[in-house]
Design a protein around this ligand. Structure first.
Ligand code: C5P
Length: 404
């Protein structure tokens, strides 16, 4: 599986750097080629000589070495790989990645690359638990980076235990192989895919609205994963606090009716994925002016039903996509309700997730989903929203191949 795969291994400055030597050997054994970049701090733990002896290639350490005409250049170095692996991903390296800082060869290659990135974090448990690291991790996961570890256990520092040990070389190897399994089937080149994401805002008056707690993280991750797999992606997004995903044409809307119009305006597509948490109701007559408090008492909101975008597109008389996928956010009887929804909405597949507050899915970074089709239910393991998105992209590629 790894034969002829090109891995760019970025070694950060942590004690776990020594485990990368083993990782390089296992990768080489399986036929992969490995180029390594060492940060200045990494060179305090392992030497370029050792790493170079194991990779059988020149080791890269200095950004300015690579600016010479005759040299490979950091852009080429970052792109002549099938996968970039950062191990150990230290707190510092994660912070620089999350914020796009490019002040040495490793961080510059990470911002210059157009390839998927897998990180193996390693740091002291307090650093791992620090709110700054949590924030940086959330940014990296929203950017579509995959992660392996860290594990819990003893630290190099005496009497320190907790979560922060770098994953073992064989675990990192398994994650790399897992990556190529998904990617192998996830070719969406030439496919047009439309994704809806986020909540909708339904106006009450010019300053007030009805909304819900959807963050848009899952929908945005799906749009990013589909684009990364080669699809031409249109994302119709309700109001969210997320950047537009890279290489995706993003259209911003507020209300359900605007979302439907944007979706209809972007047909035909091969696949439509309705991840948005569309408001079921809107206020019948939203006021033109701000409603004032006064002697007339508390206003009553008269609600009317919004169009069901998923059902409308699933039953479109002429432009129904080949594959229509809905989401079901449920707080109880998740699979049972998803099955009913599949029939009611006329779509091909429902991705059902449990959004009861105890699971922290709404706004959180992980998801536990069940893939419900008329024939079967598949329970997927809990994974980051980026990982769920990648798996879904791979599944869509397989389903489209089956339809061809
Ligand atoms: O009916 P319910 O909201 O549970 O269905 C969820 C699925 O239907 C999601 O895929 C959501 O994007 C879609 N939906 C829609 N338009 C609506 C309501 C839900 O597209 N008005």
């Amino acid at each position: 599986m790894l034969r002829n795969k090109r891995i760019l291994l970025i070694i950060g400055g942590g004690i776990a750097a020594y485990k990368c030597l083993e990782l390089v050997r296992r990768l080489k054994e399986r036929g992969a080629s490995v180029r390594a970049i060492l940060t200045p701090a990494a060179q305090q733990f392992v030497t370029p000589l050792t790493v170079g002896a194991l990779t059988g290639e020149r080791v890269f350490t200095d950004l300015f070495d690579l600016t010479a005409e005759h040299d490979i250049g950091h852009i080429r170095l970052s792109r002549e790989a099938d996968l970039v692996v950062v191990a150990p991903a230290t707190a510092d390296l994660m912070a620089r990645m999350a914020h796009g800082i490019a002040d040495d060869l490793a961080s510059t290659a990470l911002i210059a690359t157009d390839k998927p990135v897998l990180i193996a974090p390693a740091m002291n448990p307090r650093m791992w638990a620090h709110p700054a690291t949590r924030r940086n991790l959330a940014i990296l996961e929203a950017d579509g980076i995959t992660r392996i570890g860290p594990n819990a256990g003893a630290m190099a520092e005496r009497d320190e235990f907790g979560e922060g040990r770098m994953a073992e070389p064989m675990e990192i190897l398994a994650a790399i192989e897992g990556h190529f399994t998904h990617v192998g089937s996830a070719t969406l080149t030439g496919r047009r895919i439309l994704v809806t994401s986020g909540p909708t805002h339904e106006p009450i008056d010019p300053v007030r609205y009805i909304a819900n707690r959807s963050s848009g993280k899952q929908g945005h991750a799906i749009a990013a994963a589909a684009a990364a797999a080669g699809a031409q992606v249109v994302l119709v997004s309700g109001p969210v606090d997320l950047p537009d995903p890279p290489n995706v044409h993003t259209i911003h809307v507020e209300s359900a009716r605007e979302m439907l119009a944007a979706v209809e305006g972007n047909l035909p597509v091969d696949v439509a994925i309705f991840t948005a948490a569309v408001a079921d109701w809107r206020v019948a007559d939203a006021a033109d002016q701000k409603i004032k408090k006064g002697p007339q008492g508390t206003p009553a909101l008269h609600l009317v039903e919004n169009p069901d975008i998923l059902a409308t597109i699933s039953r479109h008389p002429t432009l129904r996509p080949h594959l229509v996928i809905g989401f079901a956010a449920e707080t109880e009887k998740v699979v049972e309700h998803a099955r009913a929804k599949l029939a009611r909405k006329g779509c091909d597949l429902i991705v059902a997730n449990d959004v009861s507050p105890a699971h922290g899915v709404m706004g959180g970074d992980t998801n536990t989903v069940h893939l419900v089709s008329p024939a079967q239910v598949e329970d997927w393991p809990t994974a980051s929203k980026a990982e769920v998105a990648r798996r879904l992209a791979a599944r869509i590629a397989t389903l489209l191949e089956g339809q061809a």
